[in-house]
Write a protein of this length. Structure first.
Length: 244
């Protein structure tokens, strides 16, 4: 019995060693880091924006479950960027839009499940954002948080929220995104020209989607403003021209 007791510490140590995961080699860590860097480079191409400080994008793609240095604050800034961009876009389209309609439309575009996460999934953020092993990177909240954080990071990188808004409009303003924004736009009220514009927008976007056309990409301009982007959207037929 005494002999067995003396062996107990050794048995416990052996069990702990067997349970512990194999050590991560420096080579393995290097491969992970390299893979993440490649993913960030690809993401910059997808959003058509090159970061001066890639560390900002790196943080935007880091969930709170992964590190204390995470994208939560960036997501708050990004949400404000998105809502401002959408508000300006809708007001440029119809300056007489009611406050209720404006609030509803902005809410729809920034909503987690119906728009924000969809845009994030389209960019493949579920495969980029860093999360803890116990966290599902494909959940709507994780993907949406990362999506919003991108535009918070762009605003910090440029020092201008309108530049970040331009990037958002280009990302969201493809056929699917633009159609989503305007498909349930109020039918009542407004001029006949605006009614025709809504009809042409929806018809044109549905047609472009069926034909498999690529969405129009708006190039980043250093001194651009939100109204510049709206003008470009008019010219590319993503928005109806109010002069029709």
């Amino acid at each position: 019995m005494h002999h067995l007791r003396s062996l107990l510490p050794a048995i416990f140590i052996a069990a702990a060693v067997l349970r512990s995961p194999p050590p991560v080699s420096a080579k393995s860590l290097s491969l992970r880091s390299s893979s993440f860097s490649v993913a960030l480079e690809t993401l910059q191409k997808h959003i058509n924006y090159d970061f001066q400080n890639v560390g900002l994008l790196r943080r935007a793609m880091t969930h709170s479950s992964y590190s204390e240095e995470n994208n939560k604050a960036f997501g708050i800034l990004g949400e404000n960027v998105i809502e401002t961009a959408v508000s300006l876009r809708l007001l440029a389209k119809d300056v007489d839009i009611s406050s209720k309609d404006l609030t509803d439309r902005v809410s729809e575009v920034s909503k987690v499940e119906t728009s924000c996460a969809v845009d994030g999934m389209r960019l493949g953020l579920q495969n980029v954002v860093r999360v803890s092993p116990k966290t599902n990177s494909s959940t709507s909240s994780v993907v949406c948080g990362a999506f919003r954080a991108i535009f918070g990071a762009v605003a910090l990188d440029t020092g201008k929220s309108d530049d970040a808004g331009n990037v958002f409009l280009a990302v969201h303003g493809g056929a699917g995104g633009a159609l989503s924004m305007f498909k349930s736009y109020p039918r009542q009220g407004g001029s006949p020209a605006m009614a025709r514009g809504r009809s042409q927008l929806q018809g044109g976007l549905v047609g472009a989607s069926k034909l498999g056309r690529k969405p129009t990409v708006i190039q980043k301009k250093k001194n651009s403003t939100m109204l510049d982007v709206t003008k470009l959207l008019f010219e590319s037929s993503l928005l109806p021209n109010p002069s029709i």
